[in-house]
Design a protein around this ligand. Structure first.
Ligand SMILES: Nc1nc2c(ncn2[C@@H]2O[C@H](COP(=O)(O)OP(=O)(O)OP(=O)(O)O)[C@@H](O)[C@H]2O)c(=O)[nH]1
Ligand SMILES: [Mg+2]
Length: 317
C-alpha cells in the first residue's frame, strides 16, 4: 500500500474463536464500536469468517469473527463452518482470542479448544458474559481450569455486551500486533462488500422472527443490489448516491413446509420479515433502501456440496 506509515504503526490480525453462542460476534462489534457481525441468542448464528477492521492513528487491528466450534459436524454446512474456524486459527492470525463463558469447561471443551489453539500464536483467553457469573469465586475457578489446561498468555474477564473490560483487552491485542503498514485502506471497516452484509442482516432478522429449525434451514442470497454508481461493490460506510438502493434477495429453505412457515398466513410473516430487515439494512447502510424478498426451496441444501458452494461455503474438507 502506497501510503506513508508512521514509525511504530502496528497492523495485524486477531482471530476470535470459541464455542457457539459465547459472544464472539458481540465482542467483534464491541471492538469496532459498531454493529458489523450479526448476533442472536441461537447458537450457530455466524456462518462465515467476517473481518472487522479497526483503524486508528497508531494501528490497524483486523479482527476475524468465526463460526462457533462444534465437537462433531452433522452436515456439509457444519463441516464448512468448522473448516472456516480451523483455517482462521491456523493461518490468518497474529493473536488468537479464545472466548469462553464463565461456567467450568468440560473435558471435551478443553480438548476441542486446546486442539484449535495449539500452535505458535499467543492465545488470550477471554471469559465473556462476566455479568452472568454467580460470583467472583466462580470466575476464578473457571480461569484456573482454563489456565491449567491451555496455558494462555493472558486471561481477561469481560462483558462484551456491557463493554466491561473490552478496552483493556483491545490494548493488549494491539500491543501484540507487529509493526507493519496497514493491510487495507484505512477507511475500510471490512473486507466484505455491502451485498454480504445485506445477506447477513436478512438472516439475523430470520433468527429473531422464526424458531426451532427454521433459522438454520435458511440461506440468503442477494440477487440484485442496485445503487447508482457503486452498487454492490461498495463497502459499508461509503456515502451512497442519495437515491434509494434496491435490494432483491432470495431466502432458500430446505422443504416446502418451511417455505409455508416463512411466508405465513396470507403472506403476513414474510411481509413482517421484509419490513424489519429493510429497516435494519437502512440503519446499517445509512441510506434508504427498498428490499424485495422471495422464498425458494432448495432441497436439503445443507447437505448438497453444489448448493453450499453456490451459497458461499467451501463445502466439505
Ligand atoms: N449477558 C451477556 N450476554 C452476552 C454477552 N455477550 C454476548 N451475549 C449474548 O450471547 C448471545 C450470543 O452472542 P453472539 O455474539 O451471537 O455469540 P457468538 O459466539 O458469535 O455465536 P455463534 O455465531 O452462534 O457462534 C446473544 O444473545 C448475545 O446478546 C455478555 O457479555 N453478557
Ligand atoms: Mg457469531
Amino acid at each position: 500500500m502506497d501510503q506513508p506509515v508512521k514509525p511504530g504503526f502496528r497492523a495485524g490480525f486477531a482471530a476470535i474463536l470459541g464455542r457457539p453462542n459465547v459472544g464472539k460476534s458481540t465482542l467483534l462489534n464491541a471492538f469496532l464500536q459498531r454493529k458489523l457481525s450479526i448476533v442472536s441468542a441461537v447458537p450457530q448464528t455466524t456462518r462465515h469468517k467476517i473481518l472487522g477492521i479497526l483503524n486508528r492513528d497508531d494501528c490497524q487491528a483486523c479482527f476475524l469473527d468465526t463460526p462457533g466450534l462444534l465437537d462433531a459436524a452433522k452436515d456439509g454446512l457444519q463441516h464448512a463452518l468448522m473448516r472456516t474456524a480451523r483455517i482462521a486459527s491456523r493461518d490468518d492470525a497474529d493473536v488468537l482470542l479464545l472466548v469462553v463463558e464463565p461456567s467450568l469447561p468440560s473435558p471435551q471443551d478443553l480438548e476441542a479448544l486446546g486442539r484449535l489453539t495449539r500452535g505458535t500464536h499467543p492465545v488470550l483467553l477471554v471469559i465473556n458474559k462476566a455479568d452472568t457469573a454467580p460470583d467472583v469465586d466462580a470466575l476464578r475457578r473457571t480461569a484456573e481450569a482454563y489456565d491449567e489446561a491451555l496455558k494462555p498468555a493472558e486471561i481477561h474477564v469481560i462483558s462484551a455486551l456491557r463493554k466491561d473490560g473490552v478496552e483493556e483487552l483491545l490494548a493488549s491485542v494491539i500491543s501484540r500486533l507487529p509493526e507493519s503498514p496497514p493491510y487495507y485502506e484505512t477507511d475500510r471497516i471490512s473486507d466484505r462488500w455491502e451485498r454480504f452484509f445485506a445477506e447477513e442482516i436478512i438472516r439475523e432478522k430470520i433468527f429473531e422472527q422464526y424458531f426451532e429449525e427454521i433459522p438454520h434451514a435458511c440461506a440468503t442470497v442477494v440477487e440484485e443490489f442496485s445503487e447508482a454508481g457503486s452498487g454492490s461493490r461498495s463497502w459499508p460506510g461509503r456515502p451512497g448516491s442519495g437515491r434509494n438502493d434496491r435490494v432483491s434477495a432470495i431466502v432458500y429453505v430446505e422443504r416446502e413446509t418451511q417455505k409455508g412457515i416463512l411466508i405465513g398466513a396470507k403472506g403476513k410473516a414474510i411481509r413482517n420479515l421484509t419490513e424489519t430487515a429493510q429497516k435494519a439494512l437502512k440503519d446499517f447502510l445509512g441510506r434508504p433502501v427498498e428490499l424485495d424478498l422471495r422464498v425458494k426451496v432448495r432441497s436439503n441444501w445443507r447437505k448438497d456440496p453444489k448448493a453450499l458452494r453456490e451459497f458461499g461455503f467451501e463445502g466439505r474438507s
